[in-house]
Each structure stands twice: as C-alpha cells, then as structure tokens.
Design a protein around this ligand. Sequence first.
Ligand code: ZN
Length: 138
Amino acid sequence: MNVDSIQNGIVIDHISAGSGMKLYDLLDLDNLDCSVAIIKNVQSRKMGKKDIIKIDADIEVNLDAIGYVDPEATVNIIKDGELVAKKVIGTPEILTNVLKCKNPRCITSCEQELDHIFKLTDKSAKMYRCIYCETKAK
Ligand code: ZN
C-alpha cells in the first residue's frame, strides 16, 4: 500500500470491507481538522476486499474502538514518512469510551464525567456489557 502521501499519521489497514465507515463514526473522525481519507473496497490478496483509513496527523486514536469494529485490523504509525509501528489490536476485553450505555437509569447517564466502560462477557458472540449496570451493548 502507498503511504507516501502521509508524513506523520496513522493508517488503519485491513478493515473488513464495509466496516470503514462505522469505524470512522466511532472514532469521531468527522470532527478532526486534518485530512482523513477513507478508501473502500480496496483489492487485497489476503482478504478479497478491505477498507483503509488514513489520518494525516499525529493524533491518539481509541484503539479499543478499532478492535471492537474489527479485531483483525492493523494500525500503522507513520513518522517522518517511515513506518515506525504496526500493530494488530485483537478483540479488546474492555472498551473505554467507545459505546454509550443506553440504560437511562445507569449511573453514566447522570454522571457525565464518568467513563463509559464495557466489558467483554462472551467472546464468541462478541457481547459487551456495561460494567455499572450490566446492560448489553447493541
Ligand atoms: Zn450502564
């Protein structure tokens, strides 16, 4: 893949085709000032088709969100035009501030400063529950 266009930033690669937009929303990339590219349905020898997100800025992204959307996705960190780190996130045990609890009586609904934390309770079903009230994540 060509990452020449990015000097300092993040390339999220090997996102399963069709999940790129969901990840874009979860990472709230719409609100960034830097250029963000989402490339859909890229031909991949390994996967058939995949999505790629390129973020042209040295920012922190929520790795939990990436692992939640696609545990197989790879995160490439580019510094001064060089690939300096490449990681696969896997399925996170804990999601911090990725999902919001839908239960109106949950403590996170009234205490705004609390982190929204979900715990993986069933790995095969990819089921997460709120750690405060045990409501299932949708
Ligand atoms: Zn809750």
